[in-house]
Write a protein that binds this ligand. Structure first.
Ligand SMILES: [Zn+2]
Length: 76
């Protein structure tokens, strides 16, 4: 299984890794709270794990325009 990293705001692909070779500890996911895990970790139609993070471009954009983080949410 592969783990895909995508930006939660612009949906651009930020890379992917082979999940068989890593553990959640190596991914840095073990310290997340259950609600954070639900927010960050998703699965695509192929059953592959998708990690929703914020790319550097969007991080900078949100720092300048904090309202963008609300506008970019898929739930709104
Ligand atoms: Zn982005």
């Amino acid at each position: 299984m592969q783990i895909h990293y995508i930006c939660r705001h612009c949906r651009s692909s930020l890379g992917r890794i082979e999940a068989d070779k890593v553990t959640e500890v190596q991914l840095g996911l073990h310290f997340l709270t259950p609600s954070e895990r639900q927010d960050i970790i998703a699965y695509n139609s192929k059953g592959e794990m998708v990690i929703n993070i914020t790319c550097r471009y969007c991080t900078e954009a949100i720092m300048v325009h904090p309202e963008l983080s609300l506008l970019a949410s898929p739930l709104q």
